[in-house]
Write a protein that binds this ligand. Sequence first.
Ligand SMILES: [Zn+2]
Length: 162
Amino acid sequence: MGARREEILETTGVAILIGGGPKVTYCSLYLMDELKTMGARMDCDKCGITVASGDERNHQNQIFCEDCYMIALSPIKTCDPWAVHSAKNFEKCTGETKHLTLVQAEILQILKAEGSMEPAMLLGKLGGNIQLEDLQREFSTLRHMEKVKGEKQGQNVLWRLW
Ligand SMILES: [Zn+2]
């Protein structure tokens, strides 16, 4: 083979360009890397929870958080040993009711009394004793128990009772 390195690279580049597939794959991988370095975050298309870039799952052209992805892939059956990671199923299987924290009980109470609302609004109603990040965590726990869920309305995500 008498071809110089540059010639080989050029030929390979052209081949990939014509092929389409590998180039596209390369591009999206590159993009993912870029997003990762930027510390980008995105919202789950199903429940609206914020997912750190790299933790998101793609399913049927939608971005899901890990929970929603698992649910989408395998509808949970009661007491399916593979599904016991879900708090609600664990509850069902063991017959134990998990104790709610004060904040979690308060969240449920507010959502029950006033209906669905945006996280920021809920945060305000909780009286400013809690950060949005903590609220997201509490919400996530409640979501695991299937007591609340997120609902996309246009650009906004509303939180509501399950
Ligand atoms: Zn989700």
